[in-house]
Design a protein around this ligand. Sequence first.
Ligand code: FAD
Length: 327
Amino acid sequence: MINFNYLRVSTTKGAVDAIVRDSAAQWIAGGTNLIDLMKKGVMSPQKLVDINNLPLKEIKKEGNKLVIGALALNSAVADNELVRKEQPLLSLALQAGASAQLRNMATVGGNMMQRTRCPYFYNPDMPCNKREPGTGCGALKGFNRMHAIFGASDKCIAVHPSDMSIALVALDSTVLVSGPKGDRRIPFQNFHRLPGDLPQKDNTLERGELIVAVEIPDNKLNKNVHYLKVRDRASYAFALVSVAAAVDLQGDTIKDVRLAMGGVAHKPWRLMEAELFLKGKPASEANFREAAALAMKDAKGYGHNNFKLKLAPNTLVEALKTATGKG
Ligand SMILES: Cc1cc2nc3c(=O)[nH]c(=O)nc-3n(C[C@H](O)[C@H](O)[C@H](O)COP(=O)(O)OP(=O)(O)OC[C@H]3O[C@@H](n4cnc5c(N)ncnc54)[C@H](O)[C@@H]3O)c2cc1C
């Protein structure tokens, strides 16, 4: 691990200025991802700007939106009464992530910004276009069991690892950011990006833009929800495939539904076509299977991860069955 300077800031402007001033500086929140990456030589910021003193921990209602500060801890959000009552899908997704100790350190902003867990990215001796553009993608023809089945490119087939983000994209959230050019709102759906020719860029933030909060609009999706995460171990493991499902059920009819998948793409993968198909239909296994077939139509395996082509639709059907009480 390299030597680095350390600066603690207490205002958003101070945090933004510190990063804009120094191209080798990087913010640190809980440190649960960044410090690991520094220890492994994957990232080497020369200055860490500690943002933990910023007043961004609040979880509150503003009009018809739930607003969650970027520095709210993953455990605090998961346990928060408002979140559990109004957006239980988010609480479930957070509880499925990492371990209790990690959730007590990890922040909302840091969770969204965490880097992929692709082993080629984590090993500086291996080729990886995301870590070092132009070196190739080791996973494309290498060991790719954890990798993407949607939206990958010949430059990168890594997946985004956050559980929380799968619920947030399903819930039509918005990311509030503050940067050198002022404040900006980014629909969660457009926050993370697909790899294309620029796999080194995980998201659409510009240099110096700080996440200050995430907003979730009111919905009627708080009764029939489920977050199903399939992984190699029951705890402390990233998703092979996960599904966030929230259904507004009236009698046996699906009035509204939100669906997203994790562990399958470079970004949290919203399943709009499957949602559209299910709206207005009875909550039945046959309909869930048809929706899953629609969701999978552009999927592609890379060898070791071909099992996801079956696992993903099955996980979607199981999540919907549990969410609607048909399981
Ligand atoms: C063993 C292990 C298992 C894990 N398992 C899971 C899992 O199953 N599911 C899951 O979802 N996660 C898992 N995680 C990841 C964990 O959730 C993340 O490490 C954590 O959420 C990162 O948050 P942090 O506050 O510690 O970020 P940090 O490590 O402090 O920062 C990460 C990145 O975010 C940037 N950043 C932080 N805050 C902001 C902000 N407000 N605005 C802009 N940029 C910001 C930093 O500059 C840095 O680049 C696991 C981690 C470990 C170590």
